[in-house]
Design a protein around this ligand. Structure first.
Ligand SMILES: C[S@@+](CC[C@H](N)C(=O)[O-])C[C@H]1O[C@@H](n2cnc3c(N)ncnc32)[C@H](O)[C@@H]1O
Length: 200
C-alpha cells in the first residue's frame, strides 16, 4: 500500500490542524449526541485528532486509515484502557453491520471511490446510525498543490444524492469553516462542509 502521508505523519499535529479538527468536533458534537453504548468508526482517522476525542464518549471507536505512518503516531497516544480498534486499510475491509456512528474529517477527498464507500457504509451501519462527513467544497485543485488527489472537493448536492440513494436520510449540509491561504499573489478561501445523515 502506497503511504502518501509517510512524510507528513510526524508533523501532522500542528496548531493549525488541531484548531481545524476542534472546529469539526464541536460542530459534529453540537448536532450528534453520542451514547456511551455506541460503536463508532472514523474513516481516515490519521493521528487520531478527531477520533481520540470521540473515544471517551462511546463504547468503542474503530479508527480506519490506510497510512501506516499516521497510525504509528496515533498508536503512541493509546493507553492500556483505550477503547480503540485500529483498522489499517480501507473501510471496505470492515464487514460487520454493528456501527452506530461514522465520522470522517478531511479524508473523503482522498478516497478512491466515494460513491462505493457510501454504499458500503449502508452495509456496516445499524438502522438509525449517524454519519458525519466533513470535507472541502469543490475547489480549483490548488488545496493540495501538485499532489494528485482523487477529488478536488465535493458538490454537496451530488454527495447528498449518493447518500440518499444508498439508504440515508440527509439531515443537514452546511459550511462550518473556511480555510484561508494567503500567498504573495492571492488569497484563496477553501470552504469546508459538514454533511449529517441518518441511516434509514
Ligand atoms: C487529510 S488526512 C486527515 C486525518 C484526520 N482525519 C485529521 O483530520 O487530522 C486524511 C487521512 O485519510 C487517510 N486515507 C486516505 N485514503 C484513505 C482510504 N482509502 N481509507 C482510509 N483512510 C484513508 C490518510 O492516510 C490520512 O490519514
Amino acid at each position: 500500500m502506497n503511504d502518501n502521508f509517510k512524510a507528513k505523519a510526524v508533523q501532522w499535529d500542528s496548531p493549525d490542524k488541531i484548531k481545524m479538527t476542534q472546529k469539526f468536533l464541536s460542530e459534529m458534537l453540537f448536532n450528534v449526541n453520542p451514547l456511551q453504548s455506541w460503536k463508532a468508526m472514523e474513516i481516515g482517522a490519521g493521528t487520531g485528532l478527531v477520533g481520540l476525542n470521540v473515544e471517551p464518549l462511546v463504547a468503542k471507536v474503530v479508527l480506519v486509515d490506510t497510512s501506516e505512518a499516521m497510525l504509528e503516531v496515533l498508536k503512541e497516544k493509546l493507553t492500556e484502557s483505550s477503547k480503540v480498534e485500529i483498522l489499517h486499510g480501507e473501510v471496505f475491509d470492515y464487514k460487520k453491520q454493528d456501527i452506530d456512528f461514522v465520522f470522517s474529517a478531511m479524508a473523503f477527498h482522498h478516497l478512491t471511490d466515494v460513491e462505493k464507500t457510501v454504499e458500503h457504509l449502508a452495509t456496516i451501519t445499524k438502522p438509525g446510525a449517524w454519519v458525519v462527513v466533513g470535507d472541502l467544497v469543490i475547489e480549483d485543485g490548488s488545496f493540495h498543490g501538485f499532489e494528485p488527489i482523487p477529488y478536488c472537493g465535493f458538490d454537496t448536492d451530488v454527495l447528498s444524492k449518493q447518500f440518499v440513494k444508498a439508504g440515508f436520510d440527509v439531515k443537514t449540509v452546511k459550511i462550518y469553516n473556511t480555510i484561508t491561504r494567503i500567498t504573495d499573489e492571492k488569497t484563496t478561501n477553501y470552504e469546508q462542509f459538514m454533511l449529517i445523515a441518518k441511516r434509514l
